[in-house]
Structures are given as C-alpha cells and as structure tokens.
Design a binder for this molecule. Structure first.
Ligand code: CA
Length: 281
C-alpha cells in the first residue's frame, strides 16, 4: 500500500507518521458506511495530492507552558481552551495578549480532558475515555449537565448545525448538539481515497474542517461535506521554533476568529501561541 504512494505530500506524511511509529491506515472497522464512502470517493475523485502550504507567522503570543492543550476556540474577544491529563484537566478562558487565564474550572480528576466547542451559550468538553461530554455555562463555567457517548473523545468543534467530533480514527462524527447522539459520519481521505487517521483537535472554518494530525506537524483542511483533504498546512517551522523535547508536546490547538479572520494555533505545553495566515483560508 505505502509503496504505491509516489507524491511528495504522501511521502511527507509517511515520513512524519513513520517517524512517530504510526502508519497511514485504512479506515478502521467503525462500519460499512466508511468503507462505502472510501470506494465512492476513490471512483469519483481524481487521484492527485492536495497542496501543501506553509503558513506565514503573523504574531506570537504567550501560552501557558503548563497547559496540555486539547481544545481551543475563539469567541467574542477571548480564547477558550481545554487541557488534559488526569487530575489536571481544565476549561479556561484565556486573554490573547498575555496568555493570562481569566477564568478556569476543573474537570473531574479521574477524567482526561479533551476537545472543546461552543454551542449557543454553553461550552461542551470531551473526555478521552470516560465517555462523558460536559456542558459548561459560557459566562461563568457553571456545570450545566453532561452527555454520554460511545468510544473515545479527541477533538470537537462547532459545525453549521452539529458538533463535529474526532476520536483518533479517520472518521469524524457529527453529533446532535442537544442530545449528543450521532447524526452521521465523515471519512477523511486523500483524493485517491486513502484515509488519514489520528485526527485530533478540530476547527470548523467556512465549510472546511481543520484537523491536527496527532504527533505530526500537519493540519489538514477537509471538505466538511465530502471528507476530502483539500490542503495540508505544514507547521514544521512552528514546531521547530518552540523546539519542545517532550514527546507529548505536539502541535494541537486551532482557533478561528471568524470576525477578525484570524487563525491561532498552539501545542501541548507550548510557550507560544501563533497567529498564522494560510493561503486560501
Ligand atoms: Ca478548535
């Protein structure tokens, strides 16, 4: 399978995945639907690699180097961030300019915090393996209840009418915001149909989903309707600049300021949050 990949992008991804001991994988056994989607796409889409683009760094801001960033979003002039690790997971409101934590709430200590998204006047946060999504009042982080879901929770973002969730597989799940039941799924794939796993933090931007690929310096831009990867954002320069030595301190955290058209990215335990500009976004 891998031997057939000849294009630079695929080599790049393979090198990145291989370096970290992972591999490009076929869709997992999450269901027949994903297999069918892959076959349909393979037949319909031209087999060409999506463009790889390097972002321009617009600005740098301080980021809490103790924050094991799992989710990031922008709302009404502030960042909201979720952090992970057992007994350390939090939801925070963060001031952009100096990285100061303005408000914070702890996730139950036995749970490992994951992705974060806004729905109306509530934040929804995932947990890795606890099967619980917490609801928090946006204004004061008061607990508003929780949802249950099957499988792992990784990334979360707000789509047009659903919350979009990743679980480490190549399949994104579209969840009903009022019940957190699954409405549909999306197989994330290259133009030749190959699925890309390890999708982590997410951000929905104008009909596309941006997804960190875990343990790589790449962010994928994905068509939210078809799952096709339309662009690969190569963040190796950012990763090199922060020069983290902890193997867990990977690129993770994407936030879009829709009004200001600003894109922010950071990583787990990174001291820097970057505003970047990406061609075509
Ligand atoms: Ca996000």
């Amino acid at each position: 399978m891998i031997a057939r990949m000849k294009r630079p992008l695929l080599s790049l991804l393979i090198a990145a995945f291989a370096f970290h001991g992972c591999a490009l994988a076929e869709p997992d056994a999450r269901g027949t639907a994903s297999t069918q989607a892959a076959e349909t796409t393979e037949a319909a889409a031209p087999a060409q690699a999506p463009p790889v683009v390097a972002p321009t760094i617009v600005a740098r801001f301080p980021h809490d180097p103790g924050a094991f960033t799992q989710g990031l979003l922008w709302h009404d002039s502030a960042l909201y961030e979720s952090t992970g690790q057992l007994e350390q997971s939090t939801i925070r409101k963060v001031r952009l300019e100096d990285g100061k934590v303005l408000q914070s709430v702890a996730i139950p200590p036995q749970e490992f915090g994951e992705g974060l998204a806004l729905w109306k006047d509530e934040l929804v946060s995932l947990t890795w393996q606890a099967g619980v999504a917490h609801r928090w009042a946006l204004k004061d982080f008061r607990p508003k209840g929780s949802f249950r879901y099957d499988g792992e929770g990784w990334g979360l973002t707000t789509g047009d009418d659903a919350l979009i969730m990743s679980d480490g597989s190549p399949i994104l799940r579209f969840m009903d915001p009022s019940s957190f039941t699954e409405r549909g799924t999306l197989l994330v794939h290259m133009p030749d149909g190959r699925a890309i796993p390890q999708l982590n933090e997410l951000e929905y931007v104008n009909g596309s989903i941006l997804a960190n690929v875990w343990q790589t310096p790449f962010i994928l831009k994905i068509d939210a309707k078809t799952g096709l990867i339309t662009q690969v954002i190569d963040c190796r320069a950012l990763v090199a600049e922060v020069a983290e030595t902890d193997r867990d301190a990977v690129l993770n955290g994407i936030a879009w300021d829709a009004k200001g058209k600003r894109l922010f990215v950071t990583g787990k335990l990174w001291p820097t949050l970057f505003e970047i500009s990406v061609p075509g976004l």
